[in-house]
Write a protein that binds this ligand. Structure first.
Ligand code: HGY
Ligand code: MN
Ligand code: MN
Length: 405
């Protein structure tokens, strides 16, 4: 099955007809359809299909027990109203690259696996890369069991409803010990390749980044009869915090985003009792990130005090800076540079990935495919088909260089 036909088959799964964006959240029906698609692709190629204790899907060529496997793949879940490429491009390209290698008559001297890591975006339960974090022990089973979605459904309940046994959740050192290298192909979530005129690039590093929850607790009251001076309106310090986040990020050369908010009771004519807001912040290094978030929290506390509002801040997830393993990064740039007859760009990113999480346990690397607008986490996310096909060939070249002698 060609890249194009796999892509066309997956495209409608979990897509909103209204916005054209995707809602492929962990352990939902759309996720189940994506997982069924993955299983079908694996079995139609005669690959050994399995699901690990954390719900990640694997398709093996060769005996995993031989060890030193080369693994590729990505994720199939999305952010709310996300784009078609973030995640799926890596998974579809992995199957297409294997097809290309088989077409070349490549002889594999190491086991090869294609993986779909579950719940990379954390859109439903709030923790990004949950599947790979559980596998590497960066998220414990106890922590995972406490996660709930906006409707109060716990992660274990959601997994059980989807037919998975949550009692098995936990670190998987045996599986990780069998992996010699993990290479993830991903659509670039930026414009570096568009600006350099390259279809494919190699990742150097991932910025440190995290998620913090700000709970502004005030006093519910009538929007029409409560004098301004008598109000303890949590929306006001929240608004000031959003502006402070922008200022702190600008000063530090970082990014900070309040992208998600929940308001109680959320009535047009009611002063809120609670405004819960989530901050996503990322910076070139950890001291800078710490400065930015500390500055935002300090400003938020000052404004909360001004309006008689209580503020509680909790860090919900954090990923330290990831420097991809230099030897593997350099091997990819050598392989691709030789094929292209010119140096291939090496670029950093502010986006988190399973490759970043797995780098704590195995050598990992990433390939990026050009995104002409740089837009991501949006229905407008796009990559040209010929760039995607160039990415498949680049991934095939890398996998051949690593797994076939
Ligand atoms: O948030 C991220 O950077 C990734 O898309 N999970
Ligand atoms: Mn993403
Ligand atoms: Mn992604």
């Amino acid at each position: 099955m060609s890249f194009h036909s796999m892509w066309a088959e997956l495209l409608p799964v979990g897509r909103s007809s209204a916005s054209g964006g995707y809602r492929r959240f962990a352990w939902t029906g759309a996720d189940a359809d994506c997982r069924a698609w993955f299983k079908d692709q694996a079995e139609s190629r005669g690959l050994a299909y399995e699901v690990d204790r954390n719900g990640n899907q694997w398709a093996w060529l060769g005996d995993p027990a031989a060890g030193d496997a080369v693994v590729t793949g990505s994720h199939l879940d999305s952010v709310p109203d996300g784009g078609a490429f973030d995640g799926p491009l890596g998974v579809v390209s992995s199957f297409a690259a294997l097809d290309e290698l088989r077409g070349r008559g490549a002889r594999f001297t190491r086991p090869l696996a294609i993986a779909n890591f579950g719940d990379e975006e954390g859109a439903r339960f709030g923790i990004a890369c949950a599947g790979s974090r559980l596998t590497t022990g960066q998220l414990t089973a106890e922590q995972a069991h406490r996660l709930t979605d906006a409707d109060g459904v716990t992660l274990p309940q959601a997994m059980e409803r989807a037919g998975y046994d949550p009692s098995r959740l936990g670190p998987d050192p045996e599986r990780l010990a069998r992996i010699g290298a993990f290479v993830e192909l991903h659509v670039e979530q930026g414009r570096a390749l568009d600006l350099s005129g390259d279809a494919v690039g190699v990742a150097s590093a991932i910025w440190p980044h995290g998620r913090w929850r700000f709970d502004f607790r005030g006093e519910a009251n009538h929007a029409g009869t409560t004098r301004l001076v008598d109000r303890r309106d949590p929306m006001l310090p929240y608004a000031e915090a959003v502006l402070a986040a922008r200022g702190e990020a600008e000063r530090a050369g970082a990014v900070a985003t309040f992208g998600k908010i929940s308001v109680e009771p959320n009535g047009v004519n009611a002063i809120p009792s609670l405004v819960r807001a989530w901050l996503d912040s990322r910076a070139p290094d950890e001291p800078t990130l710490d400065t930015v978030v500390t500055g935002i929290e300090k400003a938020a506390r000052g404004h909360a005090a001004t309006y008689g509002v209580e503020l509680a801040v909790s860090r919900e997830s954090f990923t330290p800076v990831v420097e991809f393993e230099h030897a593997l990064r350099d091997e990819l740039t050598r392989i691709l540079g030789e094929k292209a007859g010119r140096p291939v760009p090496v670029l950093g990113t502010g986006a988190g990935h399973d490759a970043g999480i797995l780098s704590a346990a195995v050598p990992t690397a990433m390939l990026f495919v050009r995104n002409p607008t740089g837009v991501s986490h949006s229905p407008a996310e796009f990559a040209a088909e010929d760039d995607c096909v160039t990415g498949v060939t680049a991934l095939a070249d890398v996998l051949e260089g690593l797994a076939c002698k």
